[in-house]
Ligand binder design. Structure first.
Ligand code: ATP
Ligand SMILES: Nc1nc2c(ncn2[C@@H]2O[C@H](COP(=O)(O)O)[C@@H](O)[C@H]2O)c(=O)[nH]1
Length: 225
């Protein structure tokens, strides 16, 4: 995937507001119900430098979900057309439905030097890694236990008992990919998990290769010495 060149950006953890930086792709994956959505919402509230990637899906809308905010809800023929037209950065079949990341919004954000947050499964993470490994930072979110995972799925009260049973049956498969991720957190306490994700984000923003404006900045500093 050819990602666009970065513009100047000023995330809070950058050493200078004048140093341009490549936007990064921060991925959260987990078994269903471990807490990705909850962590993502709090991170987005607190960090204005990161934007959520809104996926397209063929699954039915849950109570309280907002089209265009939580997902772009589309039918299967439309999904297939988007696949054919190359409109997805990645896509996968998950729990019997199709999910994909529309390319345009992500490329626009990265091109403007903004970071993008993804809530996607291991298949999508692998696809992003194959195409843009240097721009990817991946975090796997584990539940504290299998019992707690099931409790959370029930407590969310948005899926039928049948859907929850299906997701629990796939949880072990999803967890088997944990070691493919850059970071792993155990989501016991939401606030601690958000703090951990924030720390990862801040450190990854400071990676030398992402601060593409550094050579020029260093030259300017040296010229004055
Ligand atoms: N640390 C936590 N302690 C207790 N409950 C939590 C915690 N994190 C999330 N939850 C609750 O667990 C439920 C599932 O969380 P959430 O919807 O964020 O999971 P998810 O990983 O995004 O699931 P999915 O993959 O199905 O979208 C929600 O009711 C949420 O409030
Ligand atoms: N590969 C992708 N996986 C995605 C995408 N959007 C969401 N997901 C994953 O699907 C499951 C189920 O989500 P839910 O909202 O129906 O509970 C979950 O693991 C998500 O991470 C996507 O665009 N690509």
């Amino acid at each position: 995937m050819a990602l666009p060149s970065p513009q100047s950006s000023a995330p809070s953890s950058a050493p200078s507001k004048d140093i341009s930086r490549r936007g990064l792709m921060l991925v959260l994956s987990s078994p269903s119900g471990a807490g990705k959505t909850t962590i993502s919402r709090r991170l987005l509230e607190r960090d204005s430098g990161i934007t959520m990637s809104v996926s397209a899906t063929t699954r039915a809308m849950r109570p309280g979900e907002v089209p265009g905010v939580d997902y772009h809800f589309i039918d299967l023929p439309r999904f297939d057309q988007m696949v054919e037209d190359g409109e997805f950065l990645e896509y996968a079949r998950v729990f019997g439905n199709c999910y994909g990341t529309p390319r345009g919004a992500v490329e626009e954000a990265l091109g403007a030097g903004r970071d993008v947050l993804f809530d996607i499964d291991w298949q999508g993470t692998q696809q992003l890694g194959q195409n843009a490994r240097d721009d990817l930072v991946s975090i796997f979110v584990l539940p504290p236990s299998g019992e707690e995972l099931e409790r959370r799925l029930h407590s969310r009260a948005q899926d039928s008992a049948e859907v929850i049973a299906g997701r629990m049956a796939k949880a072990s498969d999803e967890i088997s990919h944990w070691a493919e991720y850059d970071y792993v957190i155990i989501n016991r306490d939401v606030e601690q998990s958000v703090a951990a994700v924030t720390a990862i984000l801040h450190a990854e923003r400071l990676r030398r290769r992402r601060q593409v404006g550094l050579p020029q900045f260093v030259k300017t500093v040296q010229a004055a010495l």
